[in-house]
Design a binder for this molecule. Structure first.
Ligand code: ADP
Length: 218
């Protein structure tokens, strides 16, 4: 089934976890600006080098860098039959450019899925998060631990804690979300984009069920 979906919500709400599953179920590519930026950093591209300082401090990366990455990605052929955007747009100017890009490429969003959970739960989720360096699978030390501590179930590589997942940096990321990203939701509403609110409290299966229903039923 072809769907153009967008997952929106604060850091730690579980967008990445849900996106991996949605992308598989709907057969659409997961387009995550955070993953794209980390890949650029790992391969030492000039863009990655410029982005790194912002990410390490828990700040948003300047719009022009993210827009460069995303503009290229949305022109790739695998997005023709649908895509799942995650972590973008994070500012009102990014939302406006997305609007222009979609119009230019003859695409539109079918659903914007807005996930929300209380701030202390977000901090708990992020500070316990462990990520596989090789395949990007994510775990949580308490609520979704790997079978063997520190080792990815899927590919056997070592799990790491992301450098921006320390408590101090998490608080900065949440502040950035409140100041710069939350206003994007007002933009979506004002522009009458197809927003659906999803309660992101509960376990991963419950949250997935709510998202799936919001995509299919509404
Ligand atoms: P999370 O949603 O848990 O914060 P992401 O992987 O989506 O994790 O993002 C990690 C970091 O990458 C952000 O804190 C920010 O610095 C940067 N980033 C990702 N997407 C964007 C974006 N659209 N605009 C600006 N910065 C971004």
């Amino acid at each position: 089934m072809s769907e153009n979906l967008l997952l929106f919500g604060p850091p730690g709400v579980g967008k990445g976890t849900q996106a991996a599953r949605l992308s598989k179920v709907f057969g659409i590519p997961h387009v995550a600006t955070g993953d794209m930026l980390r890949a650029a950093i790992q391969s030492y591209t000039p863009l990655g080098q410029r982005a790194k300082g912002f990410i390490d401090k828990g700040q948003l990366v300047p719009d022009e860098l993210v827009l460069e990455l995303l503009g290229e990605r949305l022109q790739q052929p695998d997005t023709k039959t649908g895509f799942l955007l995650d972590g973008f747009p994070r500012t009102v100017p990014q939302a406006k450019v997305l609007d222009e890009m979609l119009t230019k490429y003859g695409k539109k969003l079918d659903r914007i899925l807005v996930l929300d959970a209380p701030e202390e739960e977000l901090v708990r989720r992020i500070s316990g998060r462990r990520t596989c360096q090789a395949c990007q699978a994510t775990y949580h030390v308490d609520s979704n631990p790997p079978k063997a501590s520190g080792v990815c179930d899927r590919c056997g590589a070592v799990l790491i804690q992301r450098s921006d997942d320390s408590e101090e940096i998490i608080r900065n990321r949440l502040r950035e979300f409140g100041a710069k990203t939350k206003p994007v939701l007002d933009y979506f509403t004002a522009e009458k984009w197809p927003v659906r609110m999803i309660d992101a409290n509960g376990n991963m299966d419950q949250i997935f069920g709510r998202i799936y229903a919001a995509v299919l039923l509404s």
